[in-house]
Write a protein of this length. Structure first.
Length: 124
């Protein structure tokens, strides 16, 4: 869920602009987390909007013991994990689960590593 004001953030409303995911989520291909857009990004198109309308809450979260990197997954299309975002109004739940089971299934499908240390720091 995004925002807390009169109108929540809508990916669907922004679809006609045909922006790349990385336009608003600057770290989507190069960082650990894609991140929410900063106020400056939103204000570049919406200079007079109330702050409550901007995305403020993360929907996708992994447990503390998991190290997920968007950069390491940059060869995977965003829609594989996030679904067709531009067809969605308010995002309230993940398209693909952020569970170990879901990750292991995806790694098996793609023949990616199944080594525990790829996602977990061992010996904690």
């Amino acid at each position: 869920m995004y925002g807390g004001g009169k109108a929540a953030f809508s990916h669907k409303r922004h679809a006609p602009l045909k922006l790349s995911c990385a336009y608003c989520h600057a770290q989507a291909k190069t960082g650990e987390r894609a991140g929410l857009p900063g106020e400056a990004v939103c204000r570049s198109c919406h200079p007079n909007e109330a702050l409550a309308r901007f995305p403020t809450t993360r929907v996708y979260q992994v447990r503390d013991m998991v190290f997920f990197s968007h950069e390491k997954h940059s060869r995977v299309e965003c829609a594989e994990c996030h679904g067709a975002m531009y067809e969605q109004d308010v995002v309230t739940k993940p398209f693909r689960a952020t569970s170990m089971k879901a990750c292991v299934e995806c790694h098996k499908e793609r023949r990616a590593t199944l080594a525990c240390s790829a996602c977990h720091e061992l010996g904690q």
